[in-house]
Write a protein that binds this ligand. Structure first.
Ligand code: FAD
Length: 307
């Protein structure tokens, strides 16, 4: 899929940026990941200018409707890989690659997702967030998929189809995730329900995972672990060349430009004042800077027309 401007994050920062980009006539794509916008956690918001007291989720819905009314497209997908030094910028989801002339990072500060012990160490060496992208590297091998929804089941089925022996570790039970267990067992997948993965084991590459289920902890040998959940922004930005502080805050200037041309950041991910109105304002600045960047590229003839 191609876009003039891709925006990762559908909170106040991302949606404000989307409104400006779409209203300027640009093909604008917003990715909304599994993680909730922090605004949805703020039950009542009474300090967003010009808006009467509202539940955060309602305010967010209004922002989304406004962005969509100008032509922004919102898709439910986590960005799982980034190539930011390329032209166009490449954003990988679990299903496809998106090419964008400019990119706005608006992933917020996340909602306290803990990484598994060993997850970051083995990222790219057996730990992956995307079976479509990396599954074929483990054809015929033992693999584990860890998640709590239909996307985890789909990835497990895909790995099984390409000849992997798959253990699906579900963070939920048959009651809380109805239908998943039946489909998994019908497809030759080993299922462990109501469980969590507590550690990724290995020396140079993944050799196994530690699983906690029914009050006990045990290890199974696998060559790869596919984690199907939201991704901490620090992990997503690792090795992309984007400058971040020790606390994974993206470093920006007044124009919301990062150190990589064509990549902008806005909202809580820049670790400003962590307020919705401030995030929206940064989103607007990031959008205007991205539009200016595209004008520059277009003038140089360096940007392919979006398809
Ligand atoms: C309990 C609570 C109460 C609050 N109350 C107030 C208040 O009263 N007033 C106020 O002004 N502010 C309040 N805030 C702060 C406000 O909610 C945040 O400042 C604001 O939501 C930040 O906006 P954002 O767009 O930067 O990030 P967020 O709103 O957090 O949105 C982040 C977006 O990024 C997406 N995302 C993350 N990773 C990925 C990925 N890999 N791929 C695709 N998408 C991804 C998420 O799905 C989400 O859509 C409150 C926050 C909390 C937690």
């Amino acid at each position: 899929m191609k876009a003039d401007i891709a925006i990762i994050g559908a909170g106040p920062a991302g949606l404000s940026a989307a409104m400006y980009c779409a209203r300027a006539g640009k093909k604008t794509l917003v990715l909304r990941g599994k993680a909730k916008s922090r605004l949805e956690l703020g039950h009542i918001i009474e300090n967003y200018p010009g808006v009467e007291t509202l539940p955060g989720a309602v305010l967010l819905e209004k922002m989304e409707k406004q962005a969509v009314s100008f032509g922004a497209r919102i898709i439910n997908a986590d960005a799982v890989s980034l190539n930011l030094e390329s032209e166009p910028k490449m954003i990988g989801t679990r299903n496809e690659f998106i090419e964008a002339g400019a990119l706005v990072l608006a992933m917020g500060r996340g909602v306290s997702k803990k990484t598994i012990h060993g997850e970051e160490k083995f990222l790219g060496r057996g730990v992956s967030y995307c079976a479509v992208c990396d599954g074929a590297l483990f054809r015929g091998k033992k693999t584990a998929v860890y998640g709590s929804d239909g996307e985890a089941l789909e990835d497990a089925m895909l790995l099984s189809q390409i000849g992997c022996e798959v253990t699906l570790v579900l963070g939920c039970s048959s009651q809380s995730c109805p239908g998943l267990a039946e489909k998994a067992s019908g497809n030759g997948i080993i299922l462990i329900e109501n469980a969590s993965i507590t550690e990724v084991k290995g020396s140079d590459a993944v050799s196994g995972v530690k699983i906690k289920a029914s009050g006990s902890e045990f290890e199974i040998p696998v060559s790869a672990l596919f984690i199907i959940s939201d991704i901490p922004s620090g992990t997503l930005l690792k090795d992309t060349g984007i400058e971040v502080t020790g606390k994974d805050c993206v470093v920006i200037n007044r124009n919301m430009e990062t150190n990589i041309p064509g990549v902008f950041a806005a909202g809580d991910i820049t670790c400003g004042v962590l307020q919705a109105a401030a995030a929206a304002g940064e989103g607007v600045t990031a959008a205007l800077s991205a539009l200016k960047y595209l004008r520059g590229l277009l003038n140089k003839g360096g940007l392919a027309a979006p398809g």
